[in-house]
Structure formats: C-alpha cells, structure tokens
Design a protein around this ligand. Sequence first.
Ligand SMILES: Nc1ncnc2c1ncn2[C@@H]1O[C@H](COP(=O)(O)OP(=O)(O)OP(=O)(O)O)[C@@H](O)[C@H]1O
Ligand SMILES: [Mg+2]
Length: 396
Amino acid sequence: MSGGHCPPDICVRDHMAKSTPKPTPPPTDAARLPPEVRFADELAALAAADAHARPPGWRLSPQAVRTFVLGSDEKGIGQGGVVVRRKFYGDDALVERCIVTLMGNRGLMLVGEPGTAKSMLSELLAAAVCGSSTHTIQGTAGTTEDQIKYSWNYALLLAEGPTPRALVPSPLYKGLQRGDIVRFEEVTRCPPEIQDTLISILSDKVLHVPELGDGAGAVLLARKGFNVIATANLRDRGVHEMSSALKRRFNFETVHPIADRDFELQLVMDQTAALLGEAEATADVGRDVVALLVTTFNDLRTGRTAEGTVVERPSTVMSTAEAVAVAFAAALDARYFGDGTVTAEHVVRQLRGTVLKDNPDDAKKVRQYFDVVVKGRAATDAGWKSLYDARRLLQG
Ligand SMILES: Nc1ncnc2c1ncn2[C@@H]1O[C@H](COP(=O)(O)OP(=O)(O)OP(=O)(O)O)[C@@H](O)[C@H]1O
Ligand SMILES: [Mg+2]
C-alpha cells in the first residue's frame, strides 16, 4: 500500500520508520556477532550475483537464501568466486520447505530436541531473507503481552500522554514496521494466553495500538516481507499446550539430530575450528579424537552402537551442539594446560561437565558404556584404548 492511498490513522509506517534511529553497528569486540555481520561477505556476494526473482520485501531470492544456508560449490559465487560455507548440515529438503513457508502467509515453527540447531537455522534464515536476525523475543514463563507488542516510555507517557513518540516498540513491532523476519525463541515456554497474542498478528498482519485512539500510529500494517519464525523445544513444555488457533497459523517443521556420523564429524571439526578462530586460540584437533567423541555421543544419544549393542541413554541432552561444546573446551584445555594437542584425556575431562550434570544415574550409564563398549573397542583400536584409559577422569 503506498503512502498516498491510506487514511491518515493507518499511515504510520513511514512516520515511525523516520523516527526510528538507525541501529548502531555492533562493536568489533562483540562476544558473538549475528550471522548477517559474521557472513556479510557471503551475503553481499549472493545479493550481487542473484539473478533470480526476489519475493516482495526479501533481500535475496529463495535460491540464494538456500545457498546461504547450505553452501555453494567450490567455484564460489559471482566474479569474485566467494565460496559460501555450509552452515546447516543434514536435511536439505527441510531448509527448502522452511524457505517456502516464509514466502507464504503462515509463520514457521521449528520444533525438535534441544541442540538440533533450531535457533541457528532461524537466525540464518532471518539474516538471509531480511538482513537482520536480531528482532528476537525470548519466550519465558514471565513473558508479557507488552514484551511481545509494545510498551511505553513512562516519562513521556506522563508528560504528553500516549503518543507515537512515547511508544516503545517490541522486536515484533519493528519487524512489522520494516517488513522483517521476527524470531520468537522457545515460544512454548510462554503461557498459552500470551502465545495467543500472535494469532491476529499472524493472520491479519496488523498490530492495533488502541491507546492512540484514531490518531497516527493507531494501526500498524505489516510491510511485505514480515513473518515469524518460532522455535520450540520438545524437552521443556512441548507444543501440546499451544492453542489450535495458533497452531493453524504456523507450518511446523521438526528438526532432527544429524543422523549421518560423517556429517556430524565434519560439522564438529568445522565448528570447533571456527570457535577457536573466534577465541584467537590455536590447537591441534585431530580428526581421530573428534571421531571418538562424536561416536560416543551418537551411541549414547541413540541408545545403540554401530555393532548393535544396546546401551542405556542418559537423561541429559547429548546433542551435536554439546559435542561441539566438548570439542571446543577440550581444545582450549589442550591449548592452555597441555601442549596444544587434543587427546582423549582432554575429551573425557570435558565430558564430565556436559554429560554428568544433576542426575547420578547418568554417571552410571556413562561408566557402563565405558566398561562395555569402549573397553571392547579398546582391545583392537589404539584410539579407543586411549579413551578407555582416561575413564578414571569420569569419577567425581
Ligand atoms: N544440523 C546441524 N547443522 C549445523 N549445526 C548443528 C546441527 N545440529 C546441531 N548443530 C550445532 O548446534 C548448535 C546450535 O544449536 P542451537 O542453539 O541452534 O540449537 P537449538 O535447537 O536451538 O537448541 P535449544 O532447543 O536448546 O534452544 C550449532 O552451533 C551447531 O554447533
Ligand atoms: Mg534454541
């Protein structure tokens, strides 16, 4: 809708956009940069070389968004040949379905076990589609409707009453206003009646501000490109409490743990190297040591080894994200307290903090895994023997 055609009370977007200060660029020493900053070179190369049609309000075509998430070939993109790295491993068709959902009228709901990269995927999609992954609402038991929609600057509210100037926009408000993707993390941790705030926004693409009466800013119409990506963790409060009215406004996609061990191994190697780079540390992280870690995690997560032995699954999360955390911590341990080469000992030392958390039964299950599976493999394999020899470090 162009500015010239809308009645004065709903011509709010341009007015608000002008009064919204430009976001300040992140500091160069930020502990973690959002993907649109981290991969700015890739996004720029993809935009420059993008010959496909872009959906209204999108910065890239759906094909280029796919390449951003799943990577390019080795020749790279455009004349400069910028190679786009693969960021999400596993289910390429899932990524395509997510992109299609974002072009349509429904929101995208990513559900799955913890640590399956739901948040990461939502950030990557938001960064590629609208160039910003930071319009984020974190769902908690204490999330209020104001935090989802808008609140007020009380000093201005007292001084001049409810005016557009006194309104404090939420990330969702900003996403509507700019035609951006809004991320709603852990939506199912909010009480269902708070979740339901999203229903009218998702179906009508409009946010009403009744306090502004009939004046400017009373009705905020979403710009094209606006959509919501929500994530929900199946281990906490699941999606069963979500109202069916809200469920209908989302397309659900389940993100599964990576099933292919080689893929998972590659991912853990790549991400450990990237994290070490960000931490400005170097360590020799051997593929064989990481393979021990990934196989151990895979066996304990699935409850079954490649040889067909059934093992007891710990109650704690044994996701790829945790495997990356263990590998990175082991590398830092080796770098600062060893000779810089990661060994099975470093891995076992870090396993304690990740796997053996609050449940004493988990410690028993892991020790049993060592006594049966690791010991068996140690008889014929030096790598597994070094892991078995380090088992004493599992004791509290
Ligand atoms: N398929 C995958 N592709 C790429 N990275 C993955 C994949 N699965 C897990 N990871 C790892 O998981 C990390 C991100 O996990 P993230 O926090 O996004 O998970 P999550 O599903 O949102 O977890 P939670 O439910 O606890 O919020 C990534 O940085 C990466 O190390
Ligand atoms: Mg998450």
